[in-house]
Design a protein around this ligand. Structure first.
Ligand code: PLP
Length: 397
């Protein structure tokens, strides 16, 4: 890079310049368990083409115009209805802010809440897209332990008390309660209730990221924290990336109408993604989205079982892994002494890839763990890839 750029970067630019993003293009022959991309064959290409035809047939020129990212109509309304029907949430279209994927909704909220030097709490491990955003905004990210039942509310309280002793209060807790990225676990009902209580008692804002909530293939559905908690204590983030198409860049943030209105004014590029929003609205309101989700649940259930069986068959003693009820991810804990970061180049030489656990922590922990995505690979690739991975782990032991 031209050295003059060292002087040009802003505070944010400097952080981004030093960030590392794995490439999205895998080497020839590589079986990549890296990305949480949706199953490519199931993307609803024909249905989206049909949706475009329907817009043309109905002279829907509004679908190519500027539009506000918040209700009262269109996709905001369709999503408000969906949240009511599927999750029992009393949300109006004015409470749903459309964003360019959940990532940009979260980014907007971070822009509006976080100043450099602020402290935020986040699941540990957590999706690095979110924690990376928090750091880019200049926040100190304090990780709160996630175990088999999700983030531990007692640890949340301890973190709040520890920070209070230093005269600080966290701006929010970021948590992924359902089929967590990266661990695949679900937050128990008891813990959801406890977090709602903490939010109320301690004035803690919760950012609930439920990107995978529609993709349950086993176990009993659980209420959202948003639905349990006092209104105003939780902002709920969702996305159509996992159940329609990531390329349409459609997500949302739900919260109190007055807060959503402020958020919608907070960013210059927060106009509605009008065209793709209109395509998605048709897909949802005609009931096809619901049918598609049912198909996706079957697809991911099969892939997940395939990976669990392969892990059972291939992994050496001492390795353990989570067994998710939905979503895209399995979290593997390696046998003692095996380091996922050191192992990665060797795995790549053996044409299998994953994300080392360290990418999901803010304090360097996670060397003994790794995340596997089963969503975008075929069943055959799962079998071959897990056999390759098990071999390199065994050789490293
Ligand atoms: C937990 C979580 N939240 C949000 C997102 C962002 O999705 P999008 O911006 O495509 O809606 C992802 C994508 O991987 C995710 O795993």
């Amino acid at each position: 890079m031209d050295e003059r750029w060292n002087e040009r970067w802003s505070r944010r630019g400097k952080i981004a310049a030093n960030m590392n993003r794995p490439s999205r293009t895998a080497a020839e022959g590589m079986i990549s368990f890296v990305y949480g991309d949706p199953d490519p064959d199931s993307l609803p290409l024909e249905q989206m083409a049909r949706a475009a035809d329907v817009l043309a047939e109905n002279n829907r020129r509004d679908a190519l115009s500027y539009a506000n990212p918040v209700g009262p109509d269109g996709l905001s309304l369709a999503l408000a209805n969906k949240l009511h029907e599927d999750y029992g949430l009393d949300v109006t279209a004015e409470q749903v802010l459309l964003s360019l994927g959940a990532a940009s909704g979260l980014g907007l909220v971070v822009d509006m809440l976080v100043d450099p030097g602020d402290v935020v709490l986040a699941d540990a491990p957590a999706w690095m897209g979110a924690t990376g955003m928090f750091r880019l905004a200049g926040a100190e990210v304090v990780g709160v332990e996630v175990d088999d039942e999700g983030v531990n509310p007692d640890r949340v309280l301890e973190a709040i008390d520890r920070l209070a002793a230093e005269g600080k209060a966290p701006k929010f807790l970021y948590t992924i309660p359902t089929f967590q990225n990266p661990s695949g676990v679900e937050l128990s009902l008891e813990r959801r209730e406890k977090l709602a209580e903490i939010a109320q008692d301690k004035g803690l804002l919760i950012l609930e990221d439920d990107a995978y909530i529609d993709l349950r293939f086993s176990g009993e559905p659980k209420p959202t924290i948003f639905g349990i908690a006092e209104p105003g204590t939780v902002l709920l983030f969702g996305t159509l990336s996992k159940t329609i198409a990531a390329g349409m860049r459609l997500g949302w943030c739900a919260g109190p109408a007055d807060i959503i209105a402020v958020l919608s004014r907070g960013r210059t590029d927060s106009l509605r993604n009008t065209y793709t929003a209109a395509l998605a609205e048709w897909f949802i309101t005609t009931g096809q989205h619901r049918d598609h989700i049912a198909e996706l649940r079957n697809i991911y259930s099969t892939k997940c079982s395939q990976m669990l069986t392969a892990l059972e068959r291939e992994m050496p003693e001492g390795a353990s892994w989570t067994s998710p009820n939905g979503g895209f991810f399995i979290w593997v804990t390696l046998p003692d002494g095996v380091d996922a970061l050191d192992l990665q180049p060797i795995a790549q030489e053996n044409l299998v890839d994953y994300i080392p656990g360290t990418s999901f922590y803010s304090d360097g922990s996670g060397r003994n763990a790794l995340r596997l995505s089963f969503s975008a690979v075929t069943e055959e690739q799962i079998d071959t890839g897990i056999a390759r991975l098990a071999k390199v782990i065994r050789e490293a032991m």
